[in-house]
Write a protein that binds this ligand. Structure first.
Ligand code: FMN
Length: 224
């Protein structure tokens, strides 16, 4: 798979097989992903990796919260701006509707939507969970660096036959994560990532999200 093929092939997978991922594979992915660039080479990313009993314990803790009617702890940063303007709002809605359609959830089915949200916290059955944090005193530039690192993890996973889903949903459980993983107070949870082998029979994994192409690109100095 060349780089273009990997970028084209990466997608958010929301149904995984329970097949375990070898620890060496995960370590190799994270060693290679650290080649991601960062301003001043500060490498501001921190990664917490859970598999096996630790992964199951995390899922159980959120299940218990959910069963008690607790659907989250709130996020420490705004996942989206308060008033998500156009065209961003439409893009967000469009992919959401497509996802619910494939998952067989009607638009007005609030319980169905809640259940789909909960699937995040079962990691869509993925055997591995990564949680990415960053020092609180880091600025916008370092948050961008963190994003590049995570995208590199997602692309490298493909090289090992693995699939991923990035999960901002985990930011909603920063207290549980901080406690369980002993995350220091000076770090903030950005997002999680589900990692495992794709369940290629799952309808939800056929989702192909749209892109705006070159709509938001301005060219200067080309052509006549
Ligand atoms: C930082 C980040 C957080 C995300 N969080 C979630 C999430 O919590 N749950 C989820 O199902 N998808 C999540 N996604 C996946 C996006 O919905 C997805 O990347 C987008 O719709 C484009 O689809 P694609 O990844 O299949 O290309 C997240 C993506 C990113 C980049």
């Amino acid at each position: 798979m060349n780089v273009t093929e990997a970028v084209q092939a990466r997608k958010s997978v929301r149904a995984f097989l329970s097949t375990p991922v070898p620890e060496d594979t995960i370590r190799q992915i994270l060693i290679d992903a650290a080649r991601a660039p960062s301003g001043g080479n500060v490498q501001p990313w921190k990664t917490y990796v859970l598999a096996g009993a630790a992964r199951d314990e995390l899922v159980k803790r959120i299940s218990d919260h959910w069963a008690a009617g607790n659907y989250g702890e709130g996020t420490e940063y705004a996942i989206y701006p308060k008033d998500l303007a156009e065209p961003y709002m439409s893009r967000r809605r469009d992919v959401g509707f497509k996802l619910y359609e494939l998952a067989g959830i009607a638009r007005d089915d609030k319980v169905g939507r809640l259940n789909q949200m909960f699937r995040n916290f079962e990691l869509f059955d993925a055997p591995v969970c990564m949680i990415f944090t960053i020092d609180r005193n880091m600025g916008l530039g370092q948050w961008a660096d963190l994003g590049m690192y995570i995208q590199t993890v997602a692309l490298l996973a493909l090289d090992h036959g693995l699939a991923t889903c990035l999960q901002e949903a985990w930011a909603n459980w920063h207290k549980t994560l901080t406690q369980m993983l002993s995350i220091p107070d000076h770090e903030m949870v950005f997002c999680g990532l589900a990692l495992g082998y794709e369940d290629t029979s799952a309808k939800v994994n056929t989702l192909r999200s749209e892109r705006a192409g070159l709509d938001d690109v301005k060219f200067f100095g080309f052509g006549k």
